[in-house]
Design a protein around this ligand. Sequence first.
Ligand SMILES: Nc1nc2c(ncn2[C@@H]2O[C@H](COP(=O)(O)OP(=O)(O)O)[C@@H](O)[C@H]2O)c(=O)[nH]1
Ligand SMILES: [Mg+2]
Length: 162
Amino acid sequence: MSQPDHAGPQTPDQPAADGGRLKKLLLVGSVGCGKTTLMQRLHGLDFVYDKTQGLEWQDEIFDSPGEFLELWYLRHGLWTASTDVDLVVLMHAATTIEMKIPPGFHTYFTKPVVGVLTKIDIAEPWMIVNGENLLHMAGCRVVHKVSALTGQGIAELLPDLS
Ligand SMILES: Nc1nc2c(ncn2[C@@H]2O[C@H](COP(=O)(O)OP(=O)(O)O)[C@@H](O)[C@H]2O)c(=O)[nH]1
Ligand SMILES: [Mg+2]
């Protein structure tokens, strides 16, 4: 897969979270929805595209490969990882129209979930409504709309992650 034009290194232009304030998080979402980029944003790291190959963690954030969600036979890896966190962050890219997270998926976990809709900087308004609905169907009562790249919506997200 070729690297996208905007692949790093590129330093976030807004202050990121103080990693110490974050709950222990597990980022869950399909391939390319923006999990690793969000983690880099939250840690204030350079944006460097790097396909997540396995469960990776940095400070308080567990980053999972999208395949753990998309391939049912790998899904148990998400459940196992979730036992070690405070909060599961279910993520979906607004630019992805189809449902990637099964309806009611929050019941798979014994931990609270929060929804994060990414890529709102490049999505049409109807895509944002669609993505929000998909995350609500997945069981997220609260859905935050963000762009990990521009930082839009991150300040509003932080209190729910802290
Ligand atoms: N425009 C835009 N691109 C994003 C955003 N988040 C991630 N990306 C891009 O989407 C691609 C996949 O992101 P990545 O974080 O690796 O996805 P992951 O597979 O869920 O970890 C990369 O090229 C990112 O730069 C966002 O909020 N807005
Ligand atoms: Mg990744």
